[in-house]
Ligand binder design. Structure first.
Ligand SMILES: *[C@@H]1O[C@H](CO)[C@@H](O)[C@H](O)[C@H]1NC(C)=O
Ligand SMILES: *[C@@H]1O[C@H](CO)[C@@H](O)[C@H](O)[C@H]1NC(C)=O
Ligand SMILES: *[C@@H]1O[C@H](CO)[C@@H](O)[C@H](O)[C@H]1NC(C)=O
Length: 269
């Protein structure tokens, strides 16, 4: 009697909770990719400030430092976009967009940007964070047109069948292990390297990418890691402070195909 009553009570409580817990309406894959696409358009027209930015909680961060979108920001000018590609993280309510601007009249850029959104409980998809690593002339191995040539050759199609997609935990583990290679001598061998993997570090191309890896040696772990994980295309992007080599603003993006690393991209300032 007591236990039947408490289980009914629990059931009602759970129903109540599930009804009142805000649904993450703005965090579907389609909505995140649509927001990322609007971001790309706004970058091309220099109108990023007119995106739906949260009025109560918005931060713009450029190269790991809080900044303002006006005047000096990379996004204060229209940028010619030669290539863009976005991924979505429905758990973190975030997206990652890679933009290459190589052929415009402005300075060339390779931009690694994560957008984060409010949880959507107010039914909106306001952007709370624009987090950009902006590489340009003078950045590590920078040559935007060369980078563009490599990236145009890659396939970032959705991984099919669904059962072949890498899980979120594996993707996070691979992203972390990659960044740990400089401080942890066992990290490199924990990564499932594909025999045909390609790395584009700035504009420096390496294939296969699993040869000649760092195996510890640095005292400083790469910190301040921010993740966008997309199981559908098998990718993880980690923005970080590359402290192992001197606090460099950095993005590492990895695609896993068939359980193995296929592509690695780095954008480092
Ligand atoms: C503000 O936005 C940031 C970045 O998305 C998020 O981490 C933080 O939780 C938000 N704060 C509040 C009070 O919603
Ligand atoms: C970039 O690389 C291309 C080759 O892909 C080369 O022709 C060009 O001179 C390089 N640009 C700079 C600024 O080094
Ligand atoms: C792109 O792929 C084609 C065909 O495989 C190849 O000929 C070309 O050299 C590749 N371009 C670059 C920049 O790797």
């Amino acid at each position: 009697m007591f236990s039947a009553a408490s289980s009914i009570f629990l059931t009602s409580l759970l129903l109540l909770l599930s009804n009142t817990t805000p649904t993450l309406a703005a965090c579907t894959r389609a909505d995140l990719l649509a927001a990322a696409s609007n971001f790309v358009t706004a970058v091309s027209t220099g109108t990023v400030t007119s995106l739906p930015l949260s009025t109560t909680n918005f931060t713009y961060q450029e190269n790991n430092k809080p900044a303002t979108l006006k005047n000096t920001a990379v996004f204060a000018q229209p940028l010619k976009i030669d290539l863009s590609r976005s991924t979505a993280d429905t758990v973190a309510c975030a997206s990652y967009t890679l933009i290459v601007s190589a052929s415009g009249s402005n300075k060339p850029y390779v931009l690694a940007t994560q957008l984060r959104h409010s949880a959507g409980d107010d039914g909106t998809s306001a952007i709370t964070l624009i987090d950009t690593i902006a590489a340009t002339t003078g950045s590590l191995f920078f040559n935007a047109s060369k980078t563009l040539g490599y990236l145009r050759n890659e396939s970032w199609a959705e991984i099919t069948p669904e059962a072949a997609r890498p899980g979120r935990e594996l993707l996070k583990k691979v992203g972390d292990a990659y960044l740990d290679m400089w401080t942890d001598r066992t990290a490199a061998d924990s990564i499932p390297w594909g025999t045909d993997c390609e790395r584009v570090e700035g504009s420096q191309y390496t294939r296969p990418c699993g040869a000649q890896l760092p195996r510890g040696g640095s005292q400083r772990n790469n910190g301040n890691r921010r993740y966008v994980i997309d199981e559908v295309v098998g990718s993880v992007d980690v923005l970080c402070s590359f402290d192992a080599l001197g606090s460099l603003p950095d993005s590492h993006e990895i695609r896993v195909e068939g359980g193995k690393v296929k592509y690695v991209h780095t954008v480092t300032v």
